[in-house]
Design a protein around this ligand. Sequence first.
Ligand SMILES: [Mg+2]
Length: 195
Amino acid sequence: MLEVSSLARLVPVYDATARRRPALLLDRDGVLNVDTGYLGSYAEFRWIPGALEALAIFARANWHICVVTNQSGIARGYFSAEDVERLHRQIAADAHKAGGRIDAFFYCPFHPESRIDHYRAADHIDRKPNPGMLFKALHRCNADAHFSIMIGDKPSDIEAGHRAGIDSYRFPGGRLDDFLAGVMRARIAKITALR
Ligand SMILES: [Mg+2]
């Protein structure tokens, strides 16, 4: 018998031509991949279980999908912006092979104690918990913010989500697709309670 993921049954499907569709905004480290700390190359990259499956399901449902990630390893001189962009192309290629999609990556290279002058910023608007990258992602996709979701593994992700006015959920680990199924159930319950 074919196993149908419960997530696939819970994600609202939008018409691909709809003028406004919601965005799934995802933190990267600890959500899409195991957070090994200052990850700068694909050789160290390991997908979180269920993450590729989740990307495929939301892609088929015609959601916008964006990654919003603090990458202070650039400011700290551990790796370059080019390294991060190369890694993101590889992540996007994996997603594509698995039937998924990542529309855009937004990363914040800035840090208050950057070793590199260019990346030193006391409180950059893009560095979560500030909401800059989330606003950029919503704007880039012309996403419907009201139905969009932010998923992160840290309180700063959730704060950034709330400050962008987005329904936000903290992923505690485990399978990402199962977690997102719980998120979709919670949202359905919320909407039902409002009726
Ligand atoms: Mg994280």
